[in-house]
Design a protein around this ligand. Structure first.
Ligand code: IPM
Ligand code: MN
Length: 363
């Protein structure tokens, strides 16, 4: 089979880790007889520098035309001027919104071999295996008004948390559906003691629960959830949250896995079904890591596991997806570690070596 993949590496370590994702994809294509036709494009800061905009129309079209998008990361100190008219992140936010990928699925699991790489105590990490569904195209990130302006009180800034019932319902349904295929527990995160949006969210979650009688629904306030994530993380199965809440909670959840560099994500415009072909947007959850960019030491596992999710949810290649996930586990079992997850005495490898070890472990 032939598949069209748009590859948008972006800034900082984005292209470095994305190259390893592509390396694994190509190796897998060879092994299973698939052809991946790759279309590369600029996005983010590099696109601002080269073309004056974080997302050119032609890159937008390339993403639209592809079966799936493999994305790296965008941003960096060079483009951080708060008065700049545009930012690298705008390119990413536009892509997500225009592709309509409202459900950002972020699996968090702890590899037994990496328990000692986390700063948390091993007994807390036992049995951690959860999926966070982050609403991705609404909420505080996109609500209007969103602006800074001069007023009689001086400068003011406003962001708006806004959701329609339909937007809340569709992402909650993704959470319920995922929970049905797992341990049947859904934690709906909100701040219903303060926010109107959250009270609506909670009401809708409670109503939808009737359609999923086999799933146990709990409501947890976002601040309490942040605490419980490090206190008793194994009690979570599927978490569903507003855009900003999900962003914050998944950085925290990365501490459980030992490193941000390990976590992948899939962004979809529908309930995920393994084996079905549907367009999707795939990116590791980490950023551009300007401090290590260009040094060849970034962890490519988040990007490589994002490729696995792409195979499963966009290309209909479930067996191939599982073989990547197994290969990652084998490479970690063999002791290969990028610096972010290396404990004393570990076999430290570079970004490209880690990618190669995973390719070597592919079946
Ligand atoms: C993420 C990132 C992005 C986000 C940034 C780069 C805009 O933090 O994917 O988690 O906030 O969504
Ligand atoms: Mn984030």
């Amino acid at each position: 089979m032939e598949f069209n993949i748009a590859v948008l590496g972006g800034d900082g370590i984005g292209p470095e880790v994305t190259d390893e994702g592509v390396k694994v994809l190509n190796a897998l294509g060879g092994a299973f007889g698939h052809q991946f036709s790759l279309q590369y494009g600029d996005v983010g800061g590099i696109s601002i520098d080269k073309h004056g905009t974080p997302l050119q129309d032609e890159v937008r079209e390339l993403a639209w035309a592809a079966d799936a998008v493999l994305f790296g990361a965008v941003g960096g100190p060079k483009w951080d001027d708060p008065t700049a008219p545009t930012r690298p992140e705008d390119g990413l936010l536009q892509l997500r919104a225009q592709l309509g990928v409202f459900a950002n699925i972020r699996p968090v699991k702890v590899y037994p071999k990496l328990v000692n790489s986390s700063v948390l105590k091993p007994h807390v990490l036992e049995g951690v295996d959860m999926v966070v569904v982050r609403e991705l195209t609404g909420g505080l990130y996109y609500g209007q008004p969103k602006e800074r302006k001069q007023t009689p009180q001086g400068w003011t800034g406003v962001d708006t948390m806004f959701y329609t019932e339909a937007e809340i319902e569709r992402v909650l349904r993704v959470g319920f559906a995922l929970a049905q295929g797992r341990r049947k527990k859904l934690t709906s995160v909100d701040k219903a003691n303060v926010l109107e949006c959250s009270r609506l969210w909670r009401q809708i979650a409670t109503r939808l629960a009737q359609d999923y009688p086999d799933v146990e629904l709990e409501h947890v306030l976002v601040d309490a959830c942040a605490m419980q994530l490090v206190q008793r993380p194994s009690s979570f199965d599927v978490i569903v949250a507003e855009n900003t809440f999900g962003d914050i909670l998944t950085d925290e959840a990365a501490v459980l896995a030992a490193s941000m560099g390990l976590l992948p994500s899939a962004s979809l415009s529908d309930v995920p079904v393994a084996g079905r072909r549907t367009k999707g947007f795939y990116e590791p959850i980490h950023g551009t890591a300007p401090d290590i960019a260009g040094k060849g030491i970034a962890n490519p596992v988040g990007s490589i596991l994002s490729v696995a999710l792409m195979l499963r949810y966009s290309l209909g290649l479930t067996e191939e997806a599982a073989s990547i996930e197994r290969a990652v586990e084998v490479a970690l079992d063999q002791g290969y570690r990028t610096p972010d997850i290396a404990t004393e005495g570990a076999q430290k490898v570079s970004t490209t070596e880690m990618g190669q070890r995973i390719v070597d472990a592919l079946v």
